[in-house]
Design a protein around this ligand. Structure first.
Ligand code: 4AD
Ligand code: MG
Length: 448
C-alpha cells in the first residue's frame, strides 16, 4: 500500500460507512463486560473505537482488554457518524493488532506537577494540550512563511556561528572555534539579513536565536525561534505596517485552521477575533507621560530590594509592569516607537529630528503577552554608525564587512524580529513559554 493511501483521524469524515485501517496509540480506555471504548490517537487527532465482544470474538476481545495507556495498535473497523461520540465519529472495531503493549506510562490522566511534566517533555508532547499547542505552532510558522513568500520576499538563512554580538554582549553564548578562537551562537540573523536585503531587496531569515538570558521568567528561553524580515527602501512606518499585516495574517490563519486546537485549549476566541488591523501606536515619550498619569513607577532592584521610582524617568526601558499598564484596555497589539537611543541597539537609525531617539519600534501584545516584536529603521549613515559601535565598546574590526553595506550604495532600510514562542504563547494562552517550543532550553534546563 502506498503511503498516500494511509488514513488519518483528521480526515475520517471522508470515509463514513467504510471500513478503514488506523494506526495509533491508546490515549484512554474504559468499559466493562462485552463493551470496551478505546480512545485512539494517531497524531492528527483522537477517535473513539468501540470494541464489542460478539463482533470481535473472544481472542481479539482479550487483546482489547489487555491494552493499557500508550499501547501502540492497528485497528480495522467501520467509520460511523455518531452524535454521541466525541468529535462526531467513531470506529466499530472489526479487528485489532498490537505493535507493543506499553510499559506503565508515567503521565496518567491525573494531575501532575509542572517540573515532573517538563522532565518528561518527550512524553508530555503526546498530551492533548501540548499536542494542540504544537499544531498551532506549526500553523504559525507556516502562516509566517506564506505571508512573506506571498509578498515576494526571499528566504535567506543566516549563520548560527557568528564572530560578533548583534544584540549586546551580555547574552552571548561563546564556543571554541578551531584555530580562530571564539565563535558565538547567533542572537539574531539581522546583520546578515541586512547584507542579503542589499542583494535581494526584500528578504527574511527564519531560524533559532540564542541568548544567555539570566532572567528566569515565563517569557524567556535561551534558544528560541525568530523570523526577521529585512527590506531595502522601507522606513519605520513601512516596517510597522508590515509587522501589523503579518500579525493579523498569523492570527487569522490560526483562527481558520486550528479551531479544534483552540477549543481543546479553551482559548477565548472572541479575543483573537478582535485582531483585525489598525493597531494603536504611541511614541515612547507619550507612553512615559501616560504611565505617569496612571502612576506606574519604575521598579529598580537596589541591594536585592524592589524600589519604586516616581515619576517614571524618561530614558529607562519598559518592563512587564509598564507593558501591562499600557496595553491593559487594548484588544490589539500596541506599537511603541521612537525609543531613547541609549537603551536600544547600535544599528538603529537615530531620528534626524532628535538624536536622543532612534527610529525603533516594539510591538507589545494584548492579554499580558509582552513584547512580541522588536524592530527599527537601520542606521544608514556610516559616520553615525561608527560612533554608535564605539559608544557600545564593540570591536570595529568585527563590523568591517557590515560597514561595507554603508559604503557601497547605502540605502534607507528597515526590519524587525518576531519571537515565535512569544507569539504562540499569546495565541494559545499557554501559561509558560516552555510549552510553546517542542524541547525548551532554559537557564536550568537542557534535558530532554
Ligand atoms: O527585540 P529583539 O532582541 O530584536 C532583535 O533581535 C532584532 N535583531 C530583530 C530585528 O530587528 N531583526 O528580539 C526580537 C523578538 C522579541 O520581540 C521577542 O519576541 C523575541 O524576539 N525574543 C525572545 N523570545 C524568547 N526568549 C528570549 N530570550 C527572547 N529574546 C527575544
Ligand atoms: Mg526587544
Amino acid at each position: 500500500m502506498s503511503y498516500k493511501q494511509k488514513i488519518y483521524i483528521e480526515n475520517i469524515s471522508d470515509h463514513i460507512d467504510k471500513s478503514v485501517e488506523l494506526n495509533g496509540w491508546v490515549y484512554n480506555k474504559r468499559g466493562k463486560g462485552k463493551l470496551n471504548f478505546i480512545l485512539l490517537r494517531d497524531g492528527t487527532g483522537t477517535i473513539q473505537c468501540v470494541a464489542f465482544k460478539p463482533n470481535l470474538g473472544e481472542e481479539k476481545f482479550d487483546v482489547v482488554k489487555s491494552l493499557n495507556q500508550e499501547s501502540s495498535i492497528k485497528i480495522k473497523g467501520k467509520v460511523v457518524a455518531s452524535e454521541k461520540a466525541p468529535g462526531g465519529y467513531e470506529i466499530d472495531v472489526e479487528d485489532i493488532e498490537v505493535y507493543q503493549l506499553s510499559g506503565d506510562y508515567p503521565i496518567t490522566p491525573k494531575e501532575h506537577g509542572d517540573s515532573f511534566l517538563i522532565e518528561n517533555r518527550h512524553l508530555w508532547l503526546r498530551s492533548s494540550r501540548q499536542h494542540a499547542i504544537m499544531r498551532i505552532r506549526a500553523s504559525v510558522m507556516k502562516a509566517i512563511r506564506d505571508f512573506f513568500d506571498g509578498l515576494g520576499f526571499k528566504l535567506i538563512d543566516s549563520p548560527i556561528f557568528t564572530p560578533n554580538a548583534c544584540e549586546g554582549t551580555s547574552t552571548l553564548f561563546e564556543t571554541e572555534y578551531f584555530d580562530i578562537g571564539s565563535a558565538y551562537l547567533s542572537q539574531s540573523g539581522q546583520l546578515y539579513a541586512e547584507a542579503s536585503a542589499m542583494a535581494l531587496g526584500k528578504v527574511y531569515t527564519f531560524g533559532p536565536a540564542f541568548r544567555a538570558e539570566k532572567s528566569k521568567t515565563r517569557k524567556h528561553l535561551t534558544e528560541f525561534w525568530m523570523v526577521e524580515p529585512e527590506m531595502a527602501f522601507y522606513d519605520l512606518q513601512d516596517d510597522m505596517e508590515l509587522a501589523e499585516d503579518m500579525t493579523v495574517h498569523i492570527v487569522k490563519t490560526v483562527l481558520r485552521d486550528c479551531r479544534k486546537e483552540l477549543e481543546i485549549l479553551e482559548r477565548d476566541i472572541s479575543k483573537l477575533e478582535k485582531v483585525t488591523g489598525k493597531f494603536p501606536r504611541i511614541s515612547y515619550s507619550d507612553a512615559v507621560d501616560k504611565l505617569n498619569e496612571m502612576d506606574i513607577p519604575l521598579i529598580r532592584k537596589v541591594d536585592g530590594q524592589d524600589v519604586e521610582i516616581r515619576p517614571f524617568p524618561w530614558g529607562e526601558d519598559f518592563g512587564t509592569p509598564q507593558e501591562e499598564a499600557l496595553t491593559a484596555d487594548l484588544d490589539q497589539p500596541l506599537f511603541i516607537y521612537n525609543y531613547p537611543t541609549e537603551i536600544k541597539a547600535f544599528y538603529m537609525k537615530r531620528d534626524p529630528n532628535n538624536p536622543k531617539e532612534v527610529l525603533a519600534m516594539d510591538m507589545i501584545g494584548p492579554e499580558s503577552s509582552g513584547e512580541l516584536i522588536g524592530g527599527s529603521q537601520r542606521e544608514d549613515n556610516i559616520d553615525y554608525l561608527e560612533e554608535r559601535i564605539k559608544e557600545e565598546d564593540l570591536d570595529m574590526t568585527d563590523f568591517k564587512w557590515y560597514m561595507d553595506l554603508r559604503k557601497y550604495g547605502s540605502v534607507p532600510h528597515s526590519g524587525f524580529g518576531m519571537g515565535v514562542e512569544r507569539t504562540v504563547k499569546w495565541i494559545t494562552g499557554a501559561k509558560h513559554i516552555r510549552e510553546c517550543i517542542p524541547f525548551p532550553r532554559m537557564i536550568h534546563r537542557i534535558v530532554p
